[in-house]
Design a protein around this ligand. Structure first.
Ligand code: NAG
Ligand code: NAG
Ligand code: NAG
Ligand code: NAG
Length: 571
């Protein structure tokens, strides 16, 4: 009975809360308008504000509000209504809100979740955009140290601060650039020097030489250059490029040397030097000089694609903890300088080079696979949860495997190069091996096979990573032929059957869980934060475009409801 009454009271209170937010802009103005961004300090202002408010509106009074009999906060009473500070509601219910003014009116905007849904634009196509990845900017993320000068792929600092190659992230980098190529406007491209149609007058200091000659190996005229090792000035070319800040060039260095690009901020006249050097380093910053190691090319041609703004930003972030953000539109490239000796060809500056960056990822994946196991090893230790054994360096991830297969399937489709297809097919091997034996396949109650993003013991059954791995299998089954397609297809079907059976285990009635640790570890559920919840919904909507089982749409609709505060009914 007492319990019933408390429930009724709580319900009334909730109603009042909602009513107060909807109807009383005035109240909210006092509570939220003070310091919109800092809810904590709102509480400290409470008393003076309340006094002022009660003075202005007769019949208002300040009352204490007891929260579950545990502590009290200051509230306001207006007639029979009770108003609670939004700072309290925000923390208690994890509800978000802010003041917004438009159409000349100030409003309070309440939202249950902070994530936005991206709905699929049509039927999923393994040759097309990968999910909504055209919106991803993988290399810009803070947990990316930089884009490697020698491979052109991101180096992660997510689980190890010195930086490592994280196959999942490299594949996402590739998929985002592939997707951007299909969705963005055509890039603007300017040829700087190709020794052929476009030849520049470079400034050649005394003792240095420049010549143009035909190179049979590459079937093209190329520019040969040499500066003495003691020279500090280099062979240079001035230009003035505003938005074309992605550099592409073919380079063949004979010994130590570097290609330097000088950038300038358009307002403050700061000057930065980006050095792409054969010295043995990953990235190094000294004042306004940033160095990227590109490896020795040993008289072989090397293809280099560099987003100059990303390179500059990462270099500046290395020593500056404030992480000041640069704006692409406020920079220009003003000069290029060659040091050492070698040959150079096909130098361009563009607004983007998405396919080049996509192929950097595809090449890396093709070159860094364990061809015996078919896996892309994660070279870091990873502890997923207390009670689960630590994953030791070298573990495989179903998500990494699936993403890599998605990249390689597209690379094969786009280029026709067999080696990409072969690598993708090898990538299926860990799906057939149990997570206990170094693969990624786990079994749920001995009945359903699940591909583990983290092949932990006991199993973790992470939902989003599993669905990403299914997309990889779907891509390969669509793009491969014959028995390879059949094999990808069998693995896909097996995974889809498990997903359909197990999907609602992730449904908590008002949110979803990220994994099933509450079952395997018998602990509290690991609730998915809203951005993961939104990924779950997006994945289900995507699967509903390739499989018409109603479980995907009905579950997605319910989970969308959770983002707007709806709940499953109770008994
Ligand atoms: C996409 O790639 C093709 C080459 O495959 C290129 O011609 C086109 O300009 C690129 N478009 C964008 C937006 O990157
Ligand atoms: C430069 O581009 C041309 C045209 O695509 C190509 O034939 C040539 O081989 C390239 N040069 C190098 C060094 O790769
Ligand atoms: C290149 O630089 C390294 C040191 O960074 C040096 O040991 C090596 O002798 C140099 N090679 C040439 C050909 O200059
Ligand atoms: C590649 O995988 C095989 C089979 O799992 C393993 O024995 C071998 O050590 C791996 N190679 C490397 C370089 O990790």
């Amino acid at each position: 009975m007492l319990y019933m009454m408390m429930r009724v009271n709580l319900k009334t209170l909730l109603l009042v809360l909602v009513a107060s937010v909807c109807s009383s802009l005035l109240t909210l103005w006092y509570y939220c308008g003070l310091k919109n961004s800092d809810w904590k300090s709102t509480l400290q202002y409470k008393h003076s504000v309340l006094d002022r408010a009660s003075n202005e509106l007769p019949g208002n009074e300040e009352i204490d509000c007891y929260i579950n009999g545990e502590y009290s906060i200051g509230c306001r009473k207006e007639g029979d209504e009770v108003y609670l500070p939004f700072s309290f509601i925000h923390k208690y219910f994890e509800i978000y809100g802010k003041l917004a003014t438009y159409d000349g009116l100030q409003r309070f905007e309440w939202s249950h979740s902070y994530s936005k849904l991206v709905s699929p634009k049509g039927k999923y196509d393994p040759r097309g955009v990968f999910m909504y990845f055209e919106n991803y900017n993988v290399e810009v993320r803070e947990r990316v140290k930089c884009v490697s000068g020698s491979d052109g792929v991101p180096i992660s600092t997510q689980w190890e601060s010195q930086g490592y190659y994280y196959p999942t992230q490299i594949a996402q980098f590739g998929l985002s650039h592939y997707s951007k190529n299909l969705t963005e406007p055509e890039p603007h491209k300017k040829t700087i020097e190709d020794s052929d149609k476009t030849q520049q007058t470079w400034t050649v200091p005394q003792g240095s030489v420049v010549s143009r000659q035909y190179d049979k190996l590459v079937n093209s005229y190329v520019m040969k250059y040499a500066t003495p090792e003691t020279s500090s000035s280099g062979i240079s070319l001035k230009f003035d490029h505003v938005l074309d800040l992605v550099l592409k060039l073919d380079l063949c260095t004979k010994d130590n040397g570097s290609v330097t690009v000088v950038l300038q901020s358009r307002e403050k006249k700061d000057v930065y030097y980006l050095h792409y050097t054969t010295r043995n380093l990953v990235m190094h910053t000294r004042d306004n000089h940033i160095y990227y190691g590109i490896g020795l090319s040993n008289n072989r041609w090397k293809h280099l694609t560099r987003d100059l703004v990303v390179d500059l930003q990462k270099g500046l972030n290395l020593n500056d903890k404030t992480k000041k953000k640069l704006s692409r539109s406020k920079l220009k490239a003003i000069k290029m300088i060659l040091y050492g000796s070698g040959m150079i060809d096909n130098v361009t500056l563009s607004t983007s080079e998405h396919m080049e960056q996509f192929y950097d990822a595809a090449r890396w994946l093709a070159a860094n696979q364990n061809v015996t196991s078919g896996g892309w090893p994660n070279p870091v230790r990873r502890k997923v949860a207390t009670g689960m054994a630590t994953l030791e360096p070298g573990w495989y991830s179903s998500m990494g495997q699936g993403h890599a297969i998605s990249v390689l399937s597209r690379a094969y489709y786009h280029s026709g190069e067999k080696r990409y297809l072969q690598a993708a097919i090898r990538g299926l091997r860990p799906f057939r091996l149990s997570s206990a034996k170094g693969g990624v396949a786990a079994s749920f109650l001995g009945k359903y096979i699940w591909y583990e993003e983290y092949p932990t013991t006991p199993s973790s059954f992470v939902l989003n990573g599993f669905i990403f791995s299914l997309l990889g299998l779907y891509d390969l089954k669509t793009i491969a032929l014959g028995k390879d397609a059949d094999e990808a297809s069998a693995l896909f079907d097996q995974g889809m059957a498990s997903l359909k059976s197990m999907l609602t285990l992730y449904d908590m009635g008002s949110r979803t869980t990220y994994d099933l640790r509450h079952f395997t570890l018998r602990t509290a559920p690991n609730l998915a934060r809203w951005d993961y919840h939104a990924i779950h919904v997006n994945q289900l909507l995507l699967l509903s475009t390739i499989d018409n089982d109603p479980i995907f749409t009905t579950t997605a609709e319910r989970w969308i409801g959770y983002m707007n505060g709806k709940r499953a009914a109770h008994n």
